[in-house]
Write a protein that binds this ligand. Structure first.
Ligand SMILES: *Cc1c(COP(=O)(O)O)cnc(C)c1O
Length: 302
């Protein structure tokens, strides 16, 4: 299936500057767990199965793309997912958590302190006592197996690229933990990577991503990576009006493309700003759509 399409941005500057913009539709992969989360989870889930375990436990917020994917994938291989949810559980569950429960998953609320401590928390110890045959996945699926899955994803995208007869010199993507980016960076044939973090202080991800990439491949070419940290729009899950309007505009110009409000919207917005500043002349850009559309349930849909 062809998953790379050209993308029209609101401003016409691209053409004048010899820039081409395409998008790799990771959001169209894997119907039950689209985007990067399946790639991050697949080796983790395989490993839990290989160990003969019964439960997979992880962490996430009430609208977490990671938890959503975890429940779907676990269910499909007869593992039970357990979520430690950030904060209290309200009587009316979010759509994300409702789906989680519908896939047979179990929810545990958490207090801030326990959530922050994660697997080191007292809560985690109690939960371990409940589910002794469990495999623990860190928040976002961002461990060595998750990065290995994203390395494979880079390989898959590179193979797809031959379809439109276009060689891309730059991949453009989001970062939360940076694990997806690290997997891409570790691949010897990935092009330059231009990263727009969704969180504040995204520049701090650089050493983390580099270290993750080197673990996956000691010959990783770290100079392929550039982080532009100016487009977090106030931080994680902040979705100000200018970004809302921008996402609508992109959708009007490209009726088949929907960006997610937490990650990919900031990527395309930031990319366009950088193009307008004249910083990406003659680049053949491929935006990697990392999915996350279920996250719209936490925002007003346009
Ligand atoms: C989780 C997520 C990311 C961030 O991935 P990391 O590997 O944590 O950097 C990016 N985009 C979407 C849509 C996500 O759900």
């Amino acid at each position: 299936m062809i998953q790379t399409f050209s993308l029209t941005l609101p401003k016409k500057k691209c053409v004048e500057q010899g820039i081409s913009v395409s998008i790799y539709r990771g959001d169209l992969e894997h119907p039950a767990a689209p985007g990067n989360k399946w790639h991050k989870l697949k080796y983790n889930i395989d490993y839990a199965k290989k160990l003969g375990l019964t439960h997979v436990i992880s962490f996430g917020g009430p609208y977490s793309n990671h938890l959503h994917a975890l429940a779907n994938i676990s269910h499909s291989v007869s593992l039970q997912a357990v979520a430690i949810v950030r904060g209290e559980l309200h009587p009316t569950l979010t759509p994300t958590l409702r789906d989680f429960v519908q896939q047979g998953g179990i929810l545990w609320p958490s207090q801030r302190r326990d959530y922050t401590l994660g697997i080191e928390s007292d809560l985690a110890k109690q939960i371990t006592a409940f589910y002794p045959n469990a495999y623990w996945v860190p928040e976002g699926g961002s461990n060595a197996l998750g990065i290995a899955g994203c390395y494979d994803w880079a390989e898959q995208i590179l193979q797809q690229e031959t379809v439109p007869q276009q060689q891309f010199d730059t991949w453009v993507l989001s970062a939360g933990t940076g694990a997806t980016c690290a997997g891409f960076l570790a691949h010897p044939h990935s092009p330059e990577l231009l990263v727009f973090p969704a969180l504040k202080k995204g520049e701090n991800l650089l050493p983390t991503i580099n270290a993750f990439a080197l673990k996956q491949n000691t010959n990783s070419q770290l100079d392929k990576l550039s982080i532009i940290a100016d487009y977090h729009h106030g931080g994680y899950a902040k979705f100000p009006v200018e970004l809302q309007e921008y996402v609508k505009q992109i959708h009007q110009l490209n009726p088949n493309v929907k960006l997610d409000p937490v990650y990919t919207a900031k990527v395309v917005y930031g990319l366009e700003q950088e193009i307008r500043k004249g910083r990406l002349k003659n680049k053949k850009l491929l935006i990697i759509h990392t999915g996350g559309l279920q996250g719209w349930s936490g925002f007003n849909q346009y």
